[in-house]
Design a protein around this ligand. Structure first.
Ligand code: GTP
Length: 210
């Protein structure tokens, strides 16, 4: 992502989750406002311009299926797509307990290896999709909310099939968090710079008084 303080900004977002949870449906809903029932089982890449709070932003979105066959989360963390990301959307289906367990393991692995590749600063949104299928629900809203709370992530329950607005909130919320995380990194760098200069001044005074 580039640009702060009201300038144009680019952000790379990876949408990750197991098969069939509605990753493509979410992205296509966000990009086109429409729900299209079936999508190919392919990894896709999209670029989209949006205006958030009067600022134009370019979102690069990677629709990234997660292979349940690969048990190694560490391998996943090393993957190029996560190194490329400024923010993550982790998707499960409220009707698919296994997809929630995968998101749960993934988010905790990312957080416990927080120094790894600088993921500590990586904003993450957890999304429980297919809210319209609440009669087939196997994951409670509270479970999703608790998971997000425990890992300092944002949380939304949405229906890509029925509601455009909540899907819009997911992506706009993530863009906000990405922008905030960039500002706080910049501020921290500024504070570190001040502390460094002050230490240098005091060190010089001590040397002078010897
Ligand atoms: N009822 C309902 N069905 C949905 C919703 N979102 C997606 N689906 C359906 O769930 C199925 C999977 O959707 P996809 O968007 O292809 O899911 P995906 O996670 O991209 O799946 P992969 O491409 O296999 O990784 C499709 O049949 C969609 O029509 C939703 O919010 N509600």
């Amino acid at each position: 992502m580039t640009g702060l303080n009201g300038q144009r900004m680019d952000a790379n977002v990876v949408v990750l989750g197991t098969d069939n949870v509605g990753k493509s449906a979410l992205i296509v809903r966000f990009l086109t406002r429409r729900f299209i029932g079936e999508y190919g089982d392919i990894e896709s890449f999209y670029t989209h311009n949006i205006v958030v709070d009067g600022r134009e932003q370019t979102l690069n979105i990677w629709d990234a299926p997660y292979s349940q066959q690969d048990p190694s989360f560490e391998t996943l963390l090393c993957e190029k797509r996560l190194q490329w990301a400024d923010g993550l959307v982790l998707v499960y289906s409220i009707c698919d307990r296994a997809s929630f367990n995968t998101v749960s393991r993934l988010v905790h692995t990312i957080k416990t290896t927080k120094d790894f590749l600088g993921f500590e600063k990586m904003p993450i949104v957890i999304v429980g999709n297919k809210r319209d299928l609440h009669h087939r629900r196997t994951v409670l809203s509270e479970e999703g909310r608790l998971l997000a709370l425990s890992a300092d992530c944002q949380f939304y329950e949405v229906s890509a099939a029925e509601n455009y607005h909540s899907v819009l909130m997911v992506f706009h919320g993530l863009v906000d968090r990405i922008r905030e995380s960039r500002v706080s990194v910049k501020k921290l760098a500024g504070i570190k710079g001040i502390v460094k200069s002050m230490s240098a001044v005091f060190a010089r005074r001590r040397t002078d008084s010897l």
